[in-house]
Unconditional design. Structure first.
Length: 367
């Protein structure tokens, strides 16, 4: 630094002391340079890894990094959010600190297994992130992402991928290759399609709700390890019959779509506990639902359904919540149906009782 620059910085520091401005902020703004840290002065991690962390810090001048970052004499392994093992950075968790950029230099963190940059202001990620071949957990959720790099498809060891709550209109086709995934979280984006998921047979959770999907992903029937499938608040008109292959599914949310029918194959979901079909365009309650013997919650309300509730529902002995409000459904006037509804803890219905072809207003059930 020149003598003139040194005097300029000294003047800025003095001004900061006089008017009460943060000294570090004045220093950076007045000097126009980046924060410095001598990576050669530490021996905790390789110098390229140290340089990558310094690059991340300097790429985000407005972020609220912990005060310990880049302090002279400090170890990068002691910086908040950094975890080291075996002489390398293995985890980096920087949640909600105002990050806006991920530098390309992040590719030097070759031993990284966990990267959590959620709840920031990131609009994208560099292609170099796809070179982090040991990565098993990647969380870029709750950002401002409009795209993610194609290179994500190279992360063969990835177990969990969190991209939800962004502004994505598509995700790379290469995600179909991430056969180690157990969690793929894509909800609350603007997706109109999802790549073929047939090979992702280890998935236990696939969250796709709050998008603009008109069809379910190709290959969804192969995901036999799925336990949860939220597809609510999309533009679905139908769901494929292969959904009946998901025999381990315990929760299926299809509410707030445009469904006009439910496939009979749904009867194959023997472990299903929660089924939400509310707020669609259904005109019937499928009798196949009666085969779901483990069902505890059933929601079919806010659909243009009329007529009597199907007798097949009487086989559902574990139901605790049943919602068919805001429909034209009526309750068959039989002792069996009266007893069945009376045994359900929470019933939100239409208060209509069927008598032949006509329906009358009865006393409310479980008000």
């Amino acid at each position: 630094m020149s003598i003139a620059s040194r005097f300029a910085r000294l003047g800025a520091l003095c001004l900061g002391l006089v008017i009460g401005l943060p000294i570090l902020a004045v220093s950076a703004a007045s000097a126009g340079d980046t924060a410095a840290y001598d990576c050669a002065s530490q021996s905790a991690i390789p110098q390229p890894e140290c340089a990558a962390l310094v690059a991340l810090y300097n790429a985000n001048p407005g972020a609220s990094f912990d005060a310990g970052w880049l302090q002279t004499g400090s170890s990068p392994c002691a910086w908040n959010g950094v975890t080291c093992s075996g002489g390398s950075v293995t985890e980096l968790q920087l949640t909600n600190i105002g990050l806006t950029n991920i530098p390309a230099a992040i590719d030097a963190l070759t031993r990284l297994t966990r990267l959590g940059l959620d709840q920031n202001q990131l609009s994208g990620a560099p292609a170099q992130i796809g070179t982090l071949s040991d990565l098993r957990f990647l969380d870029l959720s709750n950002n401002l992402m409009v795209s993610v790099p194609v290179s994500l498809g190279n992360l063969a060891k990835l177990d969990q991928l969190w991209l939800n709550n962004n502004q994505l209109v598509s995700v790379p086709a290469g995600i179909s290759n991430l056969v180690s995934l157990t969690v793929l979280s894509l909800h609350q984006n603007q997706l109109t399609a999802v790549p073929n998921v047939q090979a992702l047979v280890r998935l236990t959770t696939l969250s796709l709700n709050d998008n603009q999907l008109a069809v379910a992903p190709i290959g969804i029937g192969s995901l036999i390890s799925l336990t949860e499938l939220p597809l609510s608040r999309n533009l679905l008109v139908t769901v494929p019959g292969e959904i009946g292959n998901l025999t381990g599914l315990t929760s299926l949310s299809l509410n707030e779509n445009r469904l006009i029918a439910v496939p009979g194959a749904i009867s194959g979901l023997a472990q299903l506990s929660i089924l939400d079909l509310s707020t669609n365009q259904l005109v019937t309650v499928s009798s196949s639902i009666g085969a779901l013997s483990n069902l505890t919650e059933l929601y079919v309300g806010a659909n243009p359904i009329t007529g009597p509730l199907p007798s097949a529902l009487l086989a559902l002995n574990l139901v605790e919540k049943f919602w068919f409000q805001n429909t034209g459904l009526c309750v068959p006037n039989t002792p069996a149906y009266t007893a069945w509804l009376g045994g359900i803890t929470t019933v939100n219905g239409t208060n209509l009782t069927c008598l032949g072809a006509r329906a009358f207003l009865p006393i409310a059930l479980n008000p």
